[in-house]
Design a protein around this ligand. Structure first.
Ligand code: RTP
Ligand code: MG
Length: 143
């Protein structure tokens, strides 16, 4: 399995709970390294563009208002099988269905305010990473 990158967002609810460090620790213990990170209070335009694939869905308006309700922490994670490793750490979209010990089981309160985002495929990861970071902002971790 080759080294892969994925985009992770710690959403406004989890940032407000002050659990960025706790979530970062889970990434690192699972073998994922942070190769870029920044905190942003997303504009409506940035949030709508990021979630454009969900534009026709009934929850789109609520999703955009939630994602712009406070700062988010955005990072690029690198490691073996990073997309799936990260999705496994996150747990199911609805925290009520998330396996015990996952980030959403431990920190999310509802399907609307569910603590974290993670790319769902290598193709999404490439698009989402490029949405927030330029290539020169991604730091090589192998030395
Ligand atoms: P994400 O994109 O945030 O990592 O979450 P996901 O892949 O697990 O879920 P996705 O289907 O991509 O949906 C994106 C976000 O929209 C909200 N959502 N609400 N009320 C609803 O039925 C509903 N369905 C999705 C969630 O916040 C979800 O994370
Ligand atoms: Mg998704």
């Amino acid at each position: 399995m080759a080294t892969e990158r994925t985009l992770s967002i710690i959403k406004p609810d989890a940032v407000a709970k002050n659990v960025i460090g706790e979530i970062y620790s889970r990434f690192e213990k699972a073998g994922l390294s942070i190769v870029a990170a920044r905190m942003v209070h997303l504009s409506q335009q940035q949030a709508e563009g990021f979630y454009a694939e969900h534009k026709a869905r009934p929850f789109f308006g609520d999703l955009v208002s939630f994602m712009t309700s406070g700062p988010v922490m955005i990072q690029v994670l690198e490691g073996e099988n990073a997309v799936v490793t990260h999705r496994d750490l996150m747990g199911a979209t609805n925290p009520a269905d998330a396996a015990p010990g996952t980030i959403r089981a431990d920190f999310a309160q509802s399907i609307d305010e569910n603590a974290v985002h993670g790319s769902d495929s290598a193709e999404s990861a490439a698009r989402e990473i490029a949405y927030f970071f330029t290539e020169d902002q991604l730091c090589a971790r192998t030395r």
